[in-house]
Design a protein around this ligand. Structure first.
Ligand code: FAD
Length: 277
């Protein structure tokens, strides 16, 4: 049972821990920060601290990670992410969604505390400060008012971009493999204004699913499988058939305006030391 009183105690426990973390981190004190974690603890970081997908294990592993990252990351503004739910306590474990900022990004995470020390911590970067996606209240207007006989329509602009990118203008990013990972990444990069091409050896987006065995349905419920920006429809079956997913990926690639080169195989890649690209 989760009563209000327990919520309040849980929130206090979480706030006290976050405040101690922030103080120790602001002082660049890896010893004091690591001491807020249990000897047996885990910190899973997605980008926020390490620019990587990384798990630090145990207080000593966490100390090592903090020593390498604290000065650069400068975490601050640690707080309970109330919009993701209240702090709760059950069977000696207090847990809460949290939010914070670093020197470059806005982050969310999840904290579990046992006997006053952090047992597990998840930290994930949510967006880069100064490079927020143009979504919701930041979305583009779309329509341009006023008479301009030379104005290009959305379709003309889209076609011109697709024809030019990779021929006239070179992309900043080439994603090798247009499966769901490559497609989702391309959708995100488009929102951030990074010119991107996806190359895929199969002819059509979704073929990596279509080519799998005939009776395949997703193994996870469809509500765990959403791509960025568009959730799967609410009337879809719980376990979506593979060809339905294939069609969804093809539709998604089109409406997300992804520059998708099917029937294109990447045979190699090299780093240009001089150009650093
Ligand atoms: C039976 C089964 C059920 C699954 N169920 C689920 C589920 O329910 N929920 C879930 O989230 N995940 C599920 N998965 C996992 C999911 O399919 C994978 O995690 C996901 O497809 C990985 O996406 P990806 O884009 O990284 O790789 P892939 O989908 O494998 O895509 C890689 C793409 O790269 C292309 N490629 C490779 N090399 C080159 C090259 N040199 N040049 C050009 N193109 C290249 C390939 O043709 C392919 O299209 C399931 C997987 C299987 C096999």
């Amino acid at each position: 049972m989760t009563a209000n009183l327990v919520d309040t105690e849980a929130a206090t426990t979480v706030r006290d821990w976050l405040s101690d973390f922030e103080t120790a981190a602001a002082a660049g004190d890896a010893d004091a920060t690591a001491n807020l974690f249990a000897e047996d603890s885990y910190w899973r970081d997605l980008i926020a601290f390490t620019w990587n997908i990384f798990t630090a294990e145990g207080r000593s592993g966490i100390h090592e990670m903090l020593t390498a990252t604290l000065d650069r990351v400068r975490p601050h503004g640690l707080r309970i992410a109330g919009d993701l739910g209240e702090a709760t306590e059950s069977e000696g474990v207090t847990e809460s969604w949290i939010a914070f900022e670093t020197s470059v990004g806005r982050c969310v995470g999840h904290l579990r505390i046992r006997d006053g020390k952090a047992w597990t911590l998840l930290t994930t970067m949510h967006e880069l400060i100064g490079h927020e996606e143009p979504a919701n209240h930041r979305r583009a207007k779309g329509a341009e008012h006023g008479a301009d006989p030379n104005r290009k329509s959305w379709l003309e602009q889209r076609q011109a971009e697709a024809e030019d990118l990779g021929h006239g203008t070179q992309p900043d990013t080439v994603i090798v493999g247009g499966g769901q990972g490559g497609i989702a990444l391309a959708a995100r990069l488009r929102q951030l204004g990074v010119p991107t091409i996806v190359v895929e050896r199969n002819p059509r987006a979704g073929d990596s699913w279509r080519n799998r065995y005939k009776s395949l349905c997703l193994h996870d419920p469809v509500w765990y499988d959403h791509l960025p920006y568009i959730d799967f429809p609410k009337n879809w079956p719980v376990f979506a058939p593979k060809d339905k997913i294939g069609d969804w990926l093809e539709m998604y690639t089109k409406v997300m305006e992804i520059n998708y080169w099917g029937s294109t195989e990447c045979r190699g890649a090299r780093y240009d030391e001089a150009a650093r690209e």
